[in-house]
Write a protein that binds this ligand. Sequence first.
Ligand code: EPS
Length: 383
Amino acid sequence: MFRFLTAGESHGPCLTAVIEGLPAGLALDIEIINYDLERRQRGYGRGGRMQIERDRAEVLSGVRFGQTLGGPVTLAIRNRDWANWEQRMSPLSPPTGEAVRTPRPGHADLTGVQKYDRQDVRDILERASARETAARVAVGAVAKTLLSQLDIDITSHVVSIGGIRAQAGNLSFAEIKERRDRSDLGCADPVAEASMKAAIDAARERGDTLGGVFEVWCIGLMPGLGSYVQWDRRLDTRLAGAIMSIPAIKGVEIGDGFLSADKPGSTAHDEIYLRPDKGIFRPTNRAGGLEGGMTNGEPVVVRAAMKPIPTLMQPLTSIDIKTFEPAMANTERSDVCAVPAAAVVGEAMIAIILAQAVLEKFGGDNLTDLLAGVSHYRRRIGG
Ligand code: EPS
């Protein structure tokens, strides 16, 4: 079973991830992990923290001479900002500094202090912070490394910010991948990108924040990952759950998603053809690469809706958790818009679920057996 846990507070010493279930013999390149960490940090609209951090992964276990051993792989990302928080976030010394007492609407703050019986909102926000997603991106880069051995590739792009929509419907996977990495917003449409940047500037001026929609694409998948035989083995279940686990995500859609609800069956599905040069194929991909809870061999396309970040410089109404008097919500340094970062996290989560599904289907003690199993399967089904 390929699985992982993360640990770490936003302003603690470091973020850590422990990954279990990787096959032995997978070559890991730290620069591939670091490249995705750097992509997650990018994005017009990010806050001051990204000027401080230079996220880099360290490998602490499970790898020898550049190859996985089959045991748990531990990755760590040090927080540079820790140097400014050593006292206020000290694991063992007595409390110091002012407690945060005014929860932000839309954040974990209020329910967190109720649930965990804390008197300082910082005890909640430190772990609830989206900084944790840096550890997931590092795990995702390892999952992508495994998938790349099977010629499976993943990218993502921002399709809207603050209601401004990109026109990218006719672009190929390769075009999206190339354009999005050149864009400050991870957006494949330069015209829309300029308007999005202006909207982010205006939101910053107002002390406001903006959400948006991103899309993740995965190509090269074999048919038959996941299964229809149980609800929790349907790949759609796992992909949607993984995307919804990203902080601030409020909606998820696979393929035509909500649009398909408005169509008759005759135009909602993807017809099946066979051509000697192409094998089995579908000229359309309305299903987003998933039918019956399984990959069907077409690209997997998943979209996610991100709400605006709840830390507002013009704060919303809240209460003081000590006096119960009305008070304005806490203002902390934060991002105006983090949709481009969330898109990179989305790639990581999709890669993790797909790697898990591949290992579940083909076994995962070592890479040699995995590759042999996949190649036999691909030959058998001719895809
Ligand atoms: C984040 C680091 C955080 C925020 C953001 C994500 O840094 P800091 O709190 O020190 O400014 O920029 O956190 C949130 C959006 C959140 O809700 O907590 C990061 O590394 O992505």
